[in-house]
Structures are given as C-alpha cells and as structure tokens.
Design a protein around this ligand. Structure first.
Ligand SMILES: Cc1cc2nc3c(=O)[nH]c(=O)nc-3n(C[C@H](O)[C@H](O)[C@H](O)COP(=O)(O)O)c2cc1C
Length: 327
C-alpha cells in the first residue's frame, strides 16, 4: 500500500475517532459453550419496534466464526469504573473471563457484573461490510443500573464524573477566581500578599473566561510572560464566595516587579503560604513534580476532594494527605 494510502487511512481512523462513544463488551459463546467477548465502541441502537441494535466486528477477530455462528450475543455497556474490563477484552493476551465477574443470561450469553446496561440478543442478521461484519441483534431481554457510563473519544477514555464535578463546582457559586502555578526552570512563581506568599491570582469574576482574562492582564502588567496550560486544582474559596481554579503553566519571561519571586519547587516557603488551600496545592505540586506525574484536584461536597490523574482511577485527597503525613 502506498504511503499516501497509509496516511489517508490514519487520517480516516482519526476522523472516525472524533465521534465520542460509550464502550461495550460484546459477548457470546463458542459451540462448546465457552464464553467469548471483545471490547467494542461501534455499538448503535437501531430500532425500538422491533427492538434492534448493532455492533461491528472486525473480520480479523479470532472470534469471528463463533460470533457469526452462535445465533446469539449480548452487549454490556461498561461503567466509568470498568476501564480495566475494556482493556482486558481488547487484549489478546488477557484471561478475559477468568479475571471478570460475570453470569450467564437466559440466552446463554455472558453478562458482565457492574455493567451500566446489558442487552441479551438473538442474532437477527449479519451484514458483510468491508473489513467488518455488522452483527444485528434482536433484544430479548435487557436491564440497566444507575451508574455513569465509560466514555471514549480520540483513543482515550473520558472521565465524565470529573467533567461533571468541575462544571458543578464552578456553577455552584456566582464567582470564579483564576490563579496560576507557573514553573520556570524548576522554580515556582509566588506573589507577595499582606498575608504572606500566594500563587498569582486574579480577582473574583462572574465566569471563567473573565477570570482568566483578568489573571492574564495582571501577569502581563507585572512583566510575566506565561502560557497557561492544564487545570490543576478546583476548590471552594476559604471565604466560600467563589470557586478557585488554579492553572498550571510555563513561564517564558521573568517578572520585573518586586511583588513576585521565584522559589525552587523543592524549597517553597510553605509555612508562609496563605491561604491554606493554596498551601495544600503547592504541597501536592512538590510531590507530583518529584514524581513527574500530575493530576487534577476537584473539591468534593465534603472536605474530601479527589485527585484525578490522567489515565488512572481517581484517588481520594484524604488518602494522599494521610500518605504524606502532613497538613
Ligand atoms: C475502546 C475500544 C473499542 C473497540 N471497538 C471495536 C469494535 O467496535 N469492533 C471491533 O471489532 N473491535 C473493536 N475494538 C478492538 C477489539 O476489542 C480487539 O481488537 C479485540 O478484542 C481483539 O481480540 P479478538 O481477536 O479476540 O476479537 C475496540 C477496542 C477498544 C479498546
């Protein structure tokens, strides 16, 4: 195949991947009754009356013959805590059913414990479609539970809980205050305030965009050239009148003003940092900087917020503080 074609295929795959989906595990049995299954995001509901759904199976699948001949299959919609199940059923080396809790459906299909919903189907039709076959199922039985589904976009799992928590946190209060954690050659920029040292912060504004614009103006006025990057921490202000959002960023120009100073990450004046939530943010930053692994802190309804690392399950903030043994 010409390079041009490979390139076009890659771009087509990427373009297809920009459609956000859920994640399912499609299951059935071999003629001997052994359970089989694979991870699929090509699931689509098709018809209510009659109740039909479809899923596309690659012709390269080692289970193609079993799925096209068994006469029945089930679709299990995975929940947000089942990323490991998704990975297991997409890997040829994993013991898919040995490590997964499941039970048999009335039609004999494996139903995976903890799925947000499942559909037990008889195979209604199989359509040949390029390098895939389309399995069309007629739903015989189904069920669902109250749980957040796993979402998938552009080759990555999305944390819908995190998106919701962030949105809730921000819409909870009228005001938003945007601050930044700027790093420059292993040092962090702090701002002198009457209470001690703090991260550079804008004022309380009506929305995130206004708050961020204000912070950028403030930095520019102080001669700080900075590129704000990903959101690092979201929490309620100590006074309770606003949501604080701290962005991480890289600094390109050093400040000229006396209000700002750079401190080595390893050697921050933690005792002089005020208010306390900012001190916690910086303490966490020290640890994560050391391990070169960062997460997003989102305040919970109680004092127990969550750190949400990329590609890992969330860790309760209280656990991290206990492990660090300090406050
Ligand atoms: C999120 C995700 C979605 C997938 N969707 C599909 C799909 O819709 N159809 C498919 O044939 N393979 C899909 N795959 C790949 C299969 O899961 C994988 O190739 C398969 O499990 C390989 O094992 P098998 O040969 O036993 O089928 C997907 C993989 C992942 C991680």
């Amino acid at each position: 195949m010409a390079v041009q074609d490979n390139d076009a295929l890659l771009r087509l795959r990427q373009a297809f991947g920009s459609f956000a989906t859920g994640v399912t595990v499609v299951t059935s049995t071999t003629a001997q009754g052994d359970p089989i299954g694979f991870t699929a995001n090509s699931f689509t509901s098709v018809s209510l009356d009659p109740p039909l759904l479809l899923v596309c199976l690659a012709k390269s699948s080692s289970n193609l013959e079993h799925f096209t001949q068994s006469g029945h299959f089930a679709v299990n919609i995975l929940s947000e805590v089942q990323k490991d199940v998704s990975a297991r059923f997409a890997s040829r080396s994993a013991d898919r059913f040995g490590e997964t809790a499941w039970c048999g459906s009335r039609l004999g299909n494996p139903l995976i414990d903890g799925s947000v919903a499942w559909f037990d189907c008889e195979t209604d039709n199989i359509v040949d479609a390029g390098d895939h076959v389309i399995l069309i199922g007629r739903v015989a039985e189904f069920d669902q539970i109250e749980a957040r589904p796993l979402a998938y976009l552009r080759g990555h799992y999305l944390d819908l809980g995190l998106v919701e928590a962030t949105a809730e946190s921000v819409s909870h209060h009228g005001g938003v205050r945007v601050g930044c954690l700027l790093e420059y050659q292993g040092q962090v920029l702090l701002q002198k305030t009457p209470e001690g040292w703090c991260l550079p912060m804008g004022g309380v504004r009506n929305g995130f965009r206004e708050g961020r614009a204000e912070l950028e103006d403030l930095l520019a006025m102080q001669g700080v050239g900075a590129e704000l990057g990903f959101l690092y921490s979201v929490f309620d202000a100590p006074s309770g009148n606003a949501t604080w959002m701290i962005f991480q960023g890289e600094m390109e120009l050093c400040p000229a003003g006396v209000e700002f100073a750079l401190f080595p990450v390893k050697d921050l004046p933690l005792q002089e940092i005020s208010p306390q939530p900012v001190r916690s943010v910086l303490r966490r930053y020290q640890t994560e900087f050391r391990e070169a692994r960062f997460g997003l802190y989102v305040d919970g309804t109680t004092s127990a917020g969550q750190i949400n690392p990329i590609d890992r399950n969330a860790t309760p903030w209280s656990k991290i503080m206990t492990e660090q043994g300090n406050q």
